[in-house]
Design a protein around this ligand. Structure first.
Ligand SMILES: *Cc1c(COP(=O)(O)O)cnc(C)c1O
Length: 398
């Protein structure tokens, strides 16, 4: 027997045997600090809704108003007839927020990465990635056909060696037009919560004439004096040609974006296939994102951010005291490294039974043998929520 179903059951069995089987869990409540799964209330420490905006009344109202005014669907891709006022307003708001000439919104961050990298690079070019960048960037790099080089996580020496090799290669190449090198990194890494050394990376890319794309998925709305991201905090925004991010995490909505020079955006409108050949996001998503960008920049945005950092401090303090080994990072992502895949799943299950939702993250999201609980907190949590979490995570509980 060789039909599709029996082949797939075999493959699934192997995934199960490796402790890597995944399934969806239906949530019967809004996204928030408190969620409900199968009728059971849980304290949620798993979401990327860092500022607690996904269920915010201002964002909900923006959604509803956009539906009332512009309807439910977009009808076509942006270039056909789907470029509605909410998309244009969002892009203006993004460019103002990030302090760039222009911006382009995509249906997701994943689509932004794939569309942009494949539009910029071809088989004669070189793409250089940090070992831990997100799957969307890895997939984009492969699909672009560019020569792919990977440096060890945050390893500037290895990055420089690759850039030296690439600049020699490119300068002796006979390809027309001249080949280019693009470095791509995240600013805050999604599964470890640590920072990229953006200043040093900027120095290197200028020294070797490479382009730089920074994915601020876990930093937008959270870092820098105007909460634009880590590039703002480290004062290198003007040196990052391609600023990427998602509207689905701290911004509490849905979609992805690229911010940069007007020529970059005009070029992407002409060449980014995930933008050109895909229906525009629904007007409600665009309008919600615009409302969120305004909220993030307001006093309330600042207060929510401060509240988030206070809760992060409380968690790290408490976990440190009870003996958990923590990396010294300053983000809202706190990985609790377990190592073994099955043990990580068991720990997550035990916690869930006790009313805490913290997902086990396993291969292929992280390397084999580095399974972890990926603990995230949000401004929607209270200090009492954290106290409960800390007592659930006391050693000897598992
Ligand atoms: C979530 C994420 C993305 C993808 O963004 P979506 O809008 O969810 O598609 C890209 N990069 C990183 C680092 C992410 O964490």
């Amino acid at each position: 027997m060789n039909d599709l179903a029996s082949e797939l059951s075999e493959r699934l069995n192997r995934i199960r045997e490796d402790g890597l089987y995944r399934e969806l869990r239906r949530i019967d409540s809004p996204q928030s600090a408190h969620i409900e799964i199968n009728g059971k209330p849980l304290l949620n420490f798993s979401s990327n809704d860092y500022l607690g905006l996904a269920n915010h009344p201002i964002l909900k109202e923006a959604s509803i108003k956009a539906v009332e005014r512009y309807g439910a669907g977009s009808g076509a891709s942006r270039l056909i007839c789907g470029s509605l006022a909410p998309h244009c307003e969002l892009e203006q708001a993004l460019a103002n927020f990030k302090g760039t000439e222009a911006a382009l919104s995509f249906s997701s961050g994943y689509a932004a990465a794939v569309g942009t990298i494949c539009a910029l690079l071809g088989k004669d070019d070189v793409i250089v990635l940090d070992k831990l960048v997100h799957a969307s960037i890895v997939d984009a790099a492969r699909l672009s056909g560019a020569k792919l080089r990977v440096f060890a996580h945050n390893d500037l020496n290895e990055l420089e060696a690759i850039l030296r090799w690439a600049s020699e290669r490119n300068s002796t190449s006979t390809a027309i037009p001249h080949p280019h090198t693009l470095i791509v990194t995240e600013s805050i890494f999604s599964m470890d919560g640590d920072f990229a050394p953006l200043r040093e990376i900027v120095e290197l890319k200028e020294k070797y004439g490479a382009w730089l794309m920074v994915d601020e998925a876990h930093a937008t709305g959270l870092f820098g004096p105007h909460r634009r991201g880590l590039a703002e905090e480290l004062d290198v925004s003007n040196h990052v040609e391609i600023q990427m991010g998602t509207l689905g995490k701290a911004l509490g909505s849905s979609g992805g974006y690229i911010c940069g020079a007007r020529v970059l955006i005009d070029y992407l409108i002409n060449r980014a296939r995930s933008f050109i050949f895909s229906t525009a996001s629904v007007p409600a998503a665009a309008a919600t994102s615009t409302a969120s960008i305004a909220l993030v920049q307001s006093n309330e945005g600042q207060q929510r951010c401060q509240r988030l950092w206070n809760l992060v401090d409380q968690i790290k303090d408490g976990l440190g005291k009870s003996g958990w080994e923590l990396s010294p990072t300053g983000s809202a992502i706190i990985p609790l490294i377990i190592g073994d895949e099955a043990k990580a799943v068991h720990t997550a299950t035990t916690l869930r039974e006790r009313g805490f939702y913290i997902p086990a993250i396993r291969y292929p999201t992280v390397a084999r043998g580095s399974a972890r609980l990926r603990l995230t907190t949000t401004a929607a949590h209270t200090s009492e929520d954290i106290t409960k979490l800390l007592s659930a995570l006391l050693p000897g509980n598992f």
